[in-house]
Every structure is written in C-alpha cells, then in structure tokens.
Design a protein around this ligand. Structure first.
Ligand code: F6R
Length: 236
C-alpha cells in the first residue's frame, strides 16, 4: 500500500487525476470504478481539464459507479447518476451508454444487484477503482457490519452517513435511508484501488482502516489485503 500525504486538496486532486489519466493512456479500453461524494470532485475537475486540453480521451472508457440511493432516479439532482453526469460525464467525451450506476429505482433490487455484478464480470472486472471513505470507514456504501458482503446489495445507511450526506439535501429527513452498493467482491477484484480523502476529520478512520485490525466493523480495513492500493490524503 502506498500512503501519500500532500498539503492541499488541489495537489491531491492533481495526483489522483494523473493516476487515472495514466490508467486510461496505458489501457484506453479500461473499466474505471467511480465514486461520488465531495472527495473526488477535484479529481474529476482535473480530468475534465485534461480532456479539454486534448490530453485525455475517454471515448473507449467504460465506467461502473459504486452506489446509488434507493428511490432516486437519474433525473433527481441528488441521485448519484445525476452527480456523475454533472461532475464528469457531461464534460468529457465518454460514451454515456458505457457509464453504469446501480439502479436505485429497480423494482427488484436483489436482481439489480446480481445483474450489476454480472455486468462487472462480463466487462472483465475493474481496472482502477476510485474510492472515498466515510467517517465510519465505509467504502461504497458498505457500512460497518458483522461480515464483509461480497455482492452488490441493498444497505441501510448508518445514522452518521445520513447526517454526513444531509449537506446535499434540503434537510436530514430527505436523505434516503437505503442505498444499493457494490460489495467488497468487485472492489477487491479491481486491479488497482485509489482512495482519496481530505480533511483532518478523516485522519483517524484512515489510521484505523490501514494500520488497525482487519474487521468488517471498519469496512475499508479489507483494503489492507488488496495488492495494489494507493491512498492520497490531504489535511485541507
Ligand atoms: C460515494 C461513496 C461513499 C463516499 C464516502 C465519502 O459513491 O461511495 O463511500 O466516498 O461517503 O464521501 P465524501 O467524499 O463526501 O466525504
């Protein structure tokens, strides 16, 4: 595991974008696993810049996102599909038909989870998985639990996650209480993992996750078993 500490969020975003850009340059038909939340927003901005300057071509890239709120469809501006369109896909030359987000409005969410795992498998797995980390150690929406769940599944969001995500909604009551998330199987099968985290509030959970015991109570701790993980952290 490489743990890189940088001074500023801008530097974090630049480094993360450089790593993703290298992946695309080395394998133009790659599969990127993507995350939402505030941590990767700067990274996406840098990727948009690179694409605008003609230095990066997304035309043959496929993406699979980690998660989606249950009950929100892509037209809702708090959905993760909307977030991805708004923060990345609308601004680069990616083929939207090759961008996938789990369907939070699927009638049968279990079947949706199975189909999502099959899709990832059929794509040959994920080449590079970008992750943020929650204050409780969640990755995707794999919340602290008694077990690590392998497949894409529905989760009850924890109180701390609902509180943390309330900033994107009019108030806490509007935050969906459930989400559908990629499980640990697809994340751990990704060839490379890149986790970005900024702000002093994330320091303790990063220490627990990467230097503490491996336990489903700290979901990100499973990444200690992954052979190719890069963490980029900035205090600010
Ligand atoms: C988002 C996701 C979550 C976030 C995490 C951190 O797709 O999977 O695990 O990465 O909640 O969110 P931020 O970056 O907003 O602190």
């Amino acid at each position: 595991m490489k743990f890189i500490t940088v001074e500023t969020y801008d530097e974090l975003s630049r480094k993360a974008a450089d790593l993703i850009a290298s992946q695309i340059i080395m394998k133009p038909r790659c599969v990127l696993g993507l995350a939402t939340g505030s941590s990767p927003v700067g990274t996406y901005k840098k990727l948009i810049e690179k694409c605008g300057e003609g230095d990066l071509d997304f035309s043959t890239v496929t993406s699979v996102n980690l998660d989606e709120y249950v009950g929100l469809d892509g037209t809702c501006d708090q959905s993760y599909r909307y977030f991805m369109n708004d923060n990345l896909f609308n601004h680069v030359n990616i083929d939207k038909d090759k961008t996938f987000v789990p369907g939070g409005c699927a009638e049968d969410l279990d079947a949706e989870g199975e189909a999502y795992d099959k899709l990832i498998e059929d794509l040959g797995g994920i080449d590079l998985q970008l992750l943020g980390i929650g204050l409780d150690g969640h990755i995707g929406f794999n919340e602290p639990d008694e077990v690590f769940v392998k497949g894409t599944h529905v989760v009850d969001l924890h109180e701390s996650t609902i509180k943390a995500n309330a900033r994107f909604f009019a108030n806490e009551d509007e935050v969906p209480k459930k989400a559908i998330t990629m499980g640990m199987g697809a994340i751990m099968n990704a060839k490379k993992v890149l986790l970005v985290a900024n702000g002093e509030a994330k320091w303790d959970i990063l220490q627990k996750s990467f230097y503490g015991p491996i336990t489903p109570e700290v979901p990100a701790s499973i990444l200690q078993l992954h052979p190719d993980v890069t963490v980029i952290y900035s205090k600010k």
